[in-house]
Design a protein around this ligand. Structure first.
Ligand SMILES: Cc1cc2nc3c(=O)[nH]c(=O)nc-3n(C[C@H](O)[C@H](O)[C@H](O)COP(=O)(O)OP(=O)(O)OC[C@H]3O[C@@H](n4cnc5c(N)ncnc54)[C@H](O)[C@@H]3O)c2cc1C
Ligand code: SF4
Length: 522
């Protein structure tokens, strides 16, 4: 009898995925495995480990309840007590063990089926394992996305430069998103200019009204068990589980979406670039982790946002701004990842060679903006986009940290981190290490930008206006130093003209003291 084994990875928890097409529960089975390597190949935050394990175990429970046979390997909990690890360390080892068990039981599968993995490394490992086991592996397309990898390749073909805007507009047209009679709703494709507000000095709880607290997801029995396991087995890993509060089932994810649409979408646009210390969520959706694990369909997210606008419950600039993130950026970065991998990972266009500062793992720094973003990251496994791009990412780029180290940190510490989305954002958008594939210019700014967009500088011992001296803001020092160090390369970029013109106003004595101070910081 023809028997197939459906491989389901931790970020593929969708019973409607292509892997289940033609599934016959009388003879086919599902295979899932918890393996240490997925938590240790980068030094993974405890919350990221827990969110994956909990969602996987909930998925197993749902399949089993539906009468589906699941071959599931759990992580061994006892290793901490000094006993040898009885669970297989890698996905390949776990799959080999399962196949050996099946063979011994006379139930060897004739074929392995998997949806395209979200990481190059995993795809290569599965292909090699299947080959070694002598069982054909069928890799099926990932229907979760609006666009396919082939469509991106077609879009990229013959273009000198890739830009989000030219990818996003046809997607809006093709999927009839925010379109009226073939024209973009409101007569404009992009409302970005209206989406750059900062909070008034009185803070986000005064000006536009009290910030709505997101719906909580208190851990249930399965999640509590996972939390105990992670605390025991991965005790030395960064981050904490004290505030663990993430959706781990499709029902949770739906609740999170409804909560965002009802309470925060309307404020999303204007405040999407704002930062406020001690306020991790602001008007952000917190939906990336649920979407990336396939607990939530991005089509429901986009349709829900558009519905809110059409019902007059959210302004167009907020709705378009939000949809651009999901239908635009999320699809675009996936295209970039698969189009340029595996060589993309090695890029280092600015020749950055410094190690990542240790305080990225501890939040132990006097720089208030960084302290806040890092402490929040360690507590929740979350930071919003501008914290990632214009605080932690910006500092690493200005300092000249090796892109690979920055990438490994981002992949480790966020609950939504999966390589197809993390790598282009880190290497390309935040570090400019891809030389301009993701971003048309480096996102470089001084402390003045952070001062304008947040309240962090008010509570900081440094002064964002100063580039030299004991009170100089390290961002400001390193900003001028960055422009000076890379002036030759940046001159070729017309979008850098203004910033370089300002640099040219500095006299050589000024530049010498900035360089000295920057060297001191390094
Ligand atoms: C250095 C760096 C690393 C990042 N790493 C990741 C990562 O590992 N995983 C991840 O999902 N996102 C990553 N992002 C993108 C973005 O920061 C997060 O998607 C977002 O902060 C998640 O929070 P949210 O769900 O509240 O998003 P919102 O601010 O509410 O945005 C809505 C949704 O849009 C999508 N989105 C927004 N911006 C981007 C973007 N630049 N690329 C892709 N999708 C986007 C996400 O799915 C997000 O849930 C990274 C960004 C930077 C600058
Ligand atoms: S002064 Fe500089 S280091 Fe301090 S919070 Fe502002 S930008 Fe950050």
């Amino acid at each position: 009898m023809h028997r197939r084994l459906i491989l389901v990875l931790g970020d593929q928890l969708d019973p409607k995925s292509a892997a289940f097409d033609g599934f016959d529960r009388r003879r086919d089975s599902v295979w899932m495995a918890e393996v240490a390597e997925e938590s240790t190949h980068v030094w993974t935050h405890k919350a990221r480990i827990a969110v994956f394990l909990s969602a996987m175990r909930h998925f197993r429970a749902a399949l089993t309840a539906a009468g589906i046979d699941v071959d599931y390997t759990e992580l061994d909990t006892d290793t901490q007590a000094g006993k040898p690890d009885r669970s297989p360390g890698t996905l390949s080892a776990a799959l080999f063990e399962s196949l050996a068990r099946a063979r011994d039981a006379g139930r060897s599968p004739d074929a392995l089926i998997v949806v395209e993995p979200g990481e190059w490394r995993v795809r290569v490992a599965l292909e090699a394992t299947a080959k070694q086991a002598g069982i054909p592996l069928e890799i099926r397309p990932d229907r979760h996305f609006f666009s396919s990898r082939e469509e991106f390749a077609e879009h990229a073909q013959g273009r000198k430069q890739l830009r989000l805007e030219y990818f996003y507009r046809p997607l809006r047209e093709r999927h009839h998103v925010l379109m009226d009679d073939g024209e973009p709703a409101g007569g404009q494709w992009n409302f970005d200019a209206e989406n750059r507000g900062s909070f008034p000095k009185s803070g986000p709880n005064r000006g536009p009204g009290r910030l709505p607290a997101p719906t909580p997801f208190p851990p249930d029995a399965i999640t509590r068990e996972v939390i105990t396991l992670v605390d025991k087995r991965f005790a030395e890993h960064p981050g904490s589980l004290d505030a663990f509060d993430w959706p781990v089932t499709p029902d949770d994810a739906r609740t999170a979406l409804d909560d965002f649409l009802t309470h925060r979408l309307a404020g999303f646009g204007k405040y999407q670039d704002a930062i406020w210390t001690g306020e991790p969520w602001l008007y952000h959706s917190r939906l990336s982790q649920a979407m990336n694990m396939r607990l939530l369909d991005p089509r429901d997210v986009v349709a829900g946002a558009e519905r809110m606008w059409r019902q007059g419950k959210a302004p167009l600039e907020a709705t378009e701004g939000f949809i651009r993130q999901v239908l635009g950026w999320r699809e675009y970065v996936r295209g970039v990842y698969w189009h340029f991998m595996p060589e993309y990972e090695q890029r280092n266009a600015l020749g950055a060679d410094r190690p990542l500062p240790h305080f990225y793992w501890t939040a132990d720094t006097e720089m208030n903006c960084l302290k806040d973003a890092l402490a929040q990251t360690l507590r929740h496994g979350y930071a919003h986009h501008i914290q990632r791009l214009m605080v932690t990412g910006l500092f690493a780029m200005l300092l000249g940290v090796k892109p690979e180290e920055v990438h490994r940190w981002y992949l480790a510490v966020y609950v939504d981190a999966v390589e197809w989305v993390e790598l282009p954002n880190t290497l390309g958008m935040s570090q400019f290490a891809d030389g301009g594939v993701m971003a048309s210019k480096p996102y470089c700014a001084s402390g003045a930008y952070i001062d304008r967009m947040s309240n962090a500088c008010g509570g900081c011992r440094f002064n964002p206006k100063l580039a030299t001296g004991a009170d100089a803001c390290p961002f400001t020092t390193l900003y001028w130093d960055f422009l000076a160090r890379h002036e030759k390369l940046l001159k070729k970029n017309p979008r850098m003209t203004m910033q370089l013109k300002n640099l040219s106003r500095k006299d050589s004595a000024d530049l010498r003291s900035i360089r000295r101070q920057a060297d001191g910081l390094r």
